[in-house]
Unconditional design. Structure first.
Length: 299
């Protein structure tokens, strides 16, 4: 009698132990076939239950990472399409601008001719088919051209200052990262009064520190909190961060932040400060990348 009971008990224990293993094996075969939605649903407080939970958690994480990858690839595809659309037939535009500039020069209107030349140079830089990276010197020149145009367009007078260590001018940075931040300063900081924009660039260890300051309208603590909340979104959450119901302020900053996250990952920071008596500052902290011979980046 005891032997019969022992055999039944042994069979029960073996079945209780092997059935979850068989379930895991079945789930693994479905995953191998491409079905990542399957889960083992094995639970319990023993080692097999712990294995089942770890198995399901691993699948959840893989599925999440694949979704993030698909979203980031879609963002890159949109950016590439937008860049290609912006580059369609720019020669016609440049020819028209050149003709207008020459007419202004013939009329001795040198100030407006110079302004038009600045606009053409900035547009040419924006339309350029060069790679993602430019030298810091080129990026600062694009920023200077943009500021010159904004000074002409703004109702209130503004000044600017660029302070950069000369040995950093050959460092490489993603192009057009300063212009949206400067635009944000003019659009929100100088809407009702004039002021100054200061661009300060230095180095700390192997990090490039780019700070854009303005003494226009200061940001409230609530606005800074909202901007930081938006900047905390990951690239795959782009549609949530810039949804039509979101405030317009900060979209340019978020676009810059998203680009830099896609390029550098976690090795990047954007800091917002408005705690000085007059100044609001946006600081970008980027890895230093040397320039190779021929002007290409070692990235």
């Amino acid at each position: 009698m005891f032997a019969v009971f022992f055999m039944f008990a042994l069979a029960y224990l073996l079945r209780r132990f092997t059935r979850p293993i068989q379930t895991l094996g079945k789930a693994a075969r479905q995953i191998e076939a491409g079905n990542l939605t399957v889960r083992s649903s094995i639970r319990g407080e023993d080692e097999v239950g712990s294995l089942g939970r770890s198995f399901d958690h691993m699948l959840d994480r893989i599925e999440q990472m694949m979704q993030e990858f698909r979203t980031e690839q879609e963002l890159k595809r949109r950016a590439e399409i937008a860049m290609l659309q912006a580059q369609l037939h720019p020669h016609f535009l440049f020819n028209v601008l050149s003709s207008i500039r020459m007419r202004l020069l013939l009329q001795k209107d040198e100030d407006n001719a110079k302004l038009l030349a600045t606009l053409a140079a900035l547009l040419r830089s924006s339309f350029s088919r060069q790679g993602e990276f430019v030298t810091l010197s080129q990026e600062l020149e694009s920023a200077r051209q943009y500021i010159e145009l904004m000074r002409f367009a703004m109702r209130h007078p503004t000044t600017y200052e660029i302070d950069v260590e000369p040995e950093l001018l050959d460092a490489t940075v993603p192009r057009l990262i300063l212009q949206p931040i400067i635009e944000n300063a003019y659009k929100h900081g100088f809407a009702r009064k004039g002021g100054s924009v200061v661009i300060q660039i230095g180095r700390s260890d192997n990090k490039l520190i780019l700070t854009i300051k303005n003494n226009g309208a200061r940001l409230s603590s609530e606005t800074i909190a909202e901007l930081e909340r938006r900047l905390a979104y990951e690239p795959h959450e782009y549609d949530t961060a810039v949804n039509p119901g979101a405030a317009e302020r900060g979209i340019g900053l978020y676009n810059v932040s998203t680009r830099l996250k896609l390029i550098y990952g976690d090795d990047f920071q954007m800091l917002i400060q408005s705690n000085e008596p007059e100044w609001t500052s946006i600081t970008l902290v980027l890895p230093m990348h040397p320039v190779a011979e021929g002007g290409t980046s070692h990235v």
